[in-house]
Write a protein that binds this ligand. Sequence first.
Ligand SMILES: Cc1cc2nc3c(=O)[nH]c(=O)nc-3n(C[C@H](O)[C@H](O)[C@H](O)COP(=O)(O)OP(=O)(O)OC[C@H]3O[C@@H](n4cnc5c(N)ncnc54)[C@H](O)[C@@H]3O)c2cc1C
Length: 395
Amino acid sequence: MDLSFSAEDEAFRQQVRAFIDAALPDDLKAKAEIDAPVEMADTMRWHRILFEKGWVAPGWPTKHGGPGLTPTQRFILTEELELAGTPQLSPFGLTMVGPAIMQFGTPEQQARFLPKILSGEEVWCQGYSEPEAGSDLASLRCKAESDGDDFIVSGQKTWTTYAQYADWIFCLVRTNPTAKQQAGITFLLIDMKTPGVEARPMLTIGQQPAFCDTFFENVRVPKANAIGPIDGGWTVAKALLGHERTLLAMVGSSGRLLRRVKRIAAATTVGGRSLLEHDTWRAKIVRLEIELEALKMTNYRVLAGAQLGKAPGPESSILKLRGTEVNQQLYELAMELMGYDALGWYNDDPGVVPALAQGIAAPFCYARANTIFGGSNEIQKNIIAKWILGLPSAG
Ligand SMILES: Cc1cc2nc3c(=O)[nH]c(=O)nc-3n(C[C@H](O)[C@H](O)[C@H](O)COP(=O)(O)OP(=O)(O)OC[C@H]3O[C@@H](n4cnc5c(N)ncnc54)[C@H](O)[C@@H]3O)c2cc1C
């Protein structure tokens, strides 16, 4: 099977590399070098640079301001950005609610929201999960009661990533408490500045304020902010999750991490030889490299479907499942290779912790979350069993 890219696509890859090299500010290059965490302000700075170039939303159609790239070019662009370690853009507007508004929103909603998602003028977050509704999302209780032209929203969302920076939140709310679980849910856009909305940040194990508990107390929201039919939000919610999971293959970031693993192995010497020359370590690295290549092939298969205009189906669950597992295993191997140095954090004294060892431990901790968010990996296995293997539902 010939898996090479066409000459045009290879030329596009070179164009992307040259652009990143020229446009990524020096301080962000320095952060990428040691995989240091980036602030939201850094992310939005890079968002605006990509927006100016026209590449901020590779998958958007041209009529909504997208660049008109082929699926292969989109893949190349994403892969090169990840390989270079550029700040990962917030996905909630660009790859989640934006496409949902395109698919289910009215022309007025599209004109109101899409341009500001694209330019980065408005930042979004996702209000799906609740304390008692994660995997079993349809049991959510955050309620929206009808009051004339408005809803009054009360309840709590949790694990709301970067809600403290967001201008808007897209929420699943219960609008009909007596209907069958999935039938009484509406997909609602809420302005975070509305009185009664409060986002309380929580710290991750890596000491990052990455997500929030978000509270709604009698929040007045116009019914015109519902995307899709009232009580018909489940269809919108599911379509959005399909897009979210396709994002999570992490082929580029894992490729970057694999390079780092090899650099660490090459720089660590035992018995006069680098770990790269020890059979046991080589075998561990090669096994993960093969896993990553296999993941890429699966990604290409999805890509081939996309070239023919197919929407992402249950195969996005395979990408999410394997992509996140391979990424975690690479971090585990990096930690194992580093031995005592694995205890180092980002800003440790370079005299104490070698530069090569910095920027591994904290993302290693965060990577535990990869197999939970976007629908846990056990849930992805249920989807694969039912929709790909045709097995009966559990329970
Ligand atoms: C870093 C991070 C960021 C997040 N960001 C957001 C966000 O921005 N917005 C948002 O809405 N949510 C967000 N989430 C929440 C995420 O979507 C949920 O954590 C996830 O859906 C799992 O739900 P839960 O935590 O309630 O776990 P539970 O659903 O309680 O699951 C607990 C365990 O039981 C397993 N399990 C549950 N049901 C089944 C089943 N039927 N079969 C087999 N195993 C099962 C799960 O796999 C898991 O291991 C984020 C989560 C994390 C970790």
